[in-house]
Design a protein around this ligand. Structure first.
Ligand code: BTN
Length: 324
């Protein structure tokens, strides 16, 4: 049902302003003309404005304002990522929904999107502000056949996918701040939360949670975060259609994930380093009882950060606090 609806929307959307006859739709979708008519009524219920003219057929006059699985999937050009998708108006956290779906056997590539999260969460148990209709709050279920210790590489691949989307759709040059933040003009625009269920050396599933601030105005950003957080709208002055951004992230992630599985981490590493925040610059590292300056030189295959101290010794950082 869902995929017939998706194909129907794709056919109509691709035809732009032209009509498509009921007969052609019925032939292409192998369903009766009565079934086509029922689908049209259901689409109208979802907010699509459809024009039906006898002897001409149907065309879409306008798309719904509200996001839904259909509005995301109609122009989704992926093979497997997001082909199974759940959309909710309001959730505690898309991460929790995704965990439940994964435990219940959801397929690799299942995506959960919400319009609003009331208990969105970030790394280190920090809350993640997820205002209604303003951003992308999305969790992706993956079932990679890799060792659990390689899971952080998926965070890095996801960060690359987000920056590529930002470049191609929003024309901004965002940077990846290790390990999981996306920065634009020195403020945080997006964050990634990777959670995993694994047994010994077998991953059962990984959930990649992405939070991207899209259409927030200054008043939508909590006072405590105004100095450190931003949105695409605040940085570019433009309002973005969230569906277009989601379609692009999923496409980019599918491409880079497939390369990663086939070729290993080298397929991700150079892209990550190209987009890394403050690469080649001096940063201050704060470990438990030390504070020192270091040059940022790259990442290791296990996702750890490589820096060079002032005596040109290379050091590897897993969880140090960095003064960016
Ligand atoms: C961080 O920067 O600390 C990570 C933020 C991750 C937020 C996303 S929004 C979608 C998903 N659901 C959540 O509750 N968190 C992640």
């Amino acid at each position: 049902m869902e995929s017939t609806r998706k194909k129907l929307i794709t056919l109509l959307a691709d035809a732009k302003d032209s009509f498509i006859s009921g007969q052609r739709l019925s032939d292409e979708l192998s369903i009766s003309r009565a079934a086509i008519w029922k689908h049209m009524k259901a689409l109208e219920q979802e907010g699509y404005e459809i024009e039906a003219v006898s002897r001409k057929g149907y065309r879409i006059v306008s798309f719904p304002e509200e996001m839904s699985v259909n509005t995301i999937q109609w122009d989704l050009r992926t093979v497997w990522l997001g082909q199974k998708m759940y959309y909710r108006n309001q959730v505690d956290s898309t991460q929790s929904i995704a965990h439940q779906l994964a435990r219940d056997g959801a397929v690799h590539g299942t995506v959960v999107v919400a319009d609003e999260q009331v208990k969105g969460r970030g790394r280190l148990h920090r809350p993640w502000h997820s205002q209604k209709g303003k951003g992308i709050w999305m969790s992706i279920i993956l079932r990679p056949n890799i060792e659990p210790q390689r899971a952080p590489q998926l965070t890095l691949a996801s960060a690359v996918a987000i920056t590529r989307m930002l470049k191609s759709v929003c024309h901004v040059d965002a940077k990846i701040k290790w390990p999981n933040d996306i920065f634009l003009h020195n403020r945080k625009l997006a964050g990634i939360l990777t959670e995993m269920q694994a047994e010994q050396d077998l991953i059962e599933y990984v959930i990649i949670g992405m939070g991207i601030n899209v259409n927030q105005n200054q008043t939508d950003i909590p006072d405590s975060l105004t100095e450190i957080a931003t949105s695409l709208k605040l940085e570019t002055g433009e309002t973005f259609k969230r569906e277009t951004l989601i379609q692009s992230i999923l496409k980019e992630l599918e491409v880079i994930y497939d390369q990663y599985i086939q070729q290993g981490f080298s397929a991700v590493k150079s892209h990550w380093e190209e987009a890394a925040y403050r690469m080649g610059e001096t940063i201050t590292v704060k470990t438990r009882n030390q504070k020192w300056d270091a040059l940022l030189v790259g990442i290791q295959d296990d996702g750890a950060l490589i820096v060079e101290d002032q005596t040109q010794n290379r050091r590897v950082l897993y969880s140090a606090e960095i003064d960016w």
